[in-house]
Write a protein that binds this ligand. Structure first.
Ligand code: ZN
Length: 308
């Protein structure tokens, strides 16, 4: 069996186990699943554990919906770098004659989706995207530390249960001076490992790159790796050889600061860094490593996550 076939088989096996245990609910679309109450409770408890661990830092809590301003999207370079992952929201904007046309195509299996028009929103590709345009202006002395959480969308249908199209990220974002942003990234690289290891997830840090698109993307990947801008914490879920990133720590330099005109208190263009816990992936790693039955999980993990 080729490596690809073996990987595919192990994705399918774990996915079927999750369906059989009714932890995930299939929808007929790869990477789009319902979650059971048990699955959700693990995510809730993990999040509360993270909240308890970060209370002393007094982050500002902000929640954005999973859609954001199309004009803000257009100010980022997402369409150049990740066109294949984007999610655009369309709706019907015609009047009655166009509606009749739409229904005609809809009922006779025509390509009715072409009759829809782009709305003013895009699906958020990361929980932190909507934050930067809202931060235009001068940051307070000491910068800002923001606690975010949102469903995000990435169009990458896969049999890998850990590669969902719609999933949640809990992020902590720092906006400030280069020193503050770098310190945030470095702090979280250590702190996230400590948090994940405490619940039995023996993650390893690796230098990583985003999945930049096409030929031009190769250079972007190399630059990102050379400059050590992105680290991921990985752990085997379906494969020892291809471990899964369950958390990432990213330093964006002044990219978002210059695009959205964010300045630090000293008037210089702000630097930003974010860290993101992939909540579903962490949950899937917990079920993989401790078993599908929570009552059999190690006592220490059950205690930390308040799973009685
Ligand atoms: Zn982010």
């Amino acid at each position: 069996m080729s490596t690809t076939d073996a990987l595919q088989e192990s994705y399918q096996r774990y996915l079927n186990q999750l369906f059989d245990a009714k932890l995930l609910i299939p929808s007929g679309v790869k990477g789009v699943y319902g979650r059971s109450g048990t699955f959700e409770n693990v995510i809730d408890q993990f999040e509360q554990y993270v909240t308890r661990q970060t209370r002393d830092m007094k982050p500002e809590v902000v929640r954005f919906p999973p859609v954001f301003n199309r004009q803000h999207y257009a100010q980022t370079d997402h369409i150049y770098n990740f066109p294949d992952l984007m999610g655009s929201v369309h709706s019907f904007m015609g009047r009655e004659p166009e509606h009749a046309e739409l229904l005609h195509k809809f009922q006779c299996c025509g390509d009715w989706a072409h009759d829809l028009d782009a709305t003013e929103v895009m699906l958020a590709p990361a929980a932190c995207y909507p934050l930067y345009p809202s931060a235009t202006g001068t940051l307070p002395e000491g910068g800002r530390l923001v606690d975010l959480k949102s469903f995000v969308f990435r169009h990458e249908p896969s049999d890998d249960p850990a590669r969902m199209q719609s999933f949640r990220m809990r992020e902590f974002v720092r906006l400030g001076t280069p020193e503050q942003a770098l310190a945030h990234r470095d702090f979280w690289l250590e702190n996230a490992q400590r948090i994940l290891k405490s619940i039995g997830l023996d993650v390893q840090p690796v230098v990583a790159n985003d999945p930049f698109f096409g030929r031009g993307g190769r250079q972007m990947k190399a630059t990102q790796r050379d400059q050590h801008l992105k680290f991921e914490l990985v752990i085997p879920i379906c494969s020892e050889e291809k471990p899964t990133a369950i958390t990432s720590c990213n330093y964006h330099l002044d990219h978002f600061g210059s695009v959205f005109k964010i300045n630090s208190a000293d008037g210089a263009v702000a630097h930003t860094a974010c860290m993101g816990f992939g909540l579903e992936r962490i949950c899937l790693a917990l079920f993989k490593h401790h078993g599908l039955n929570i009552s059999q999980w190690p006592e220490s993990v059950r205690k930390l996550l308040d799973l009685s």
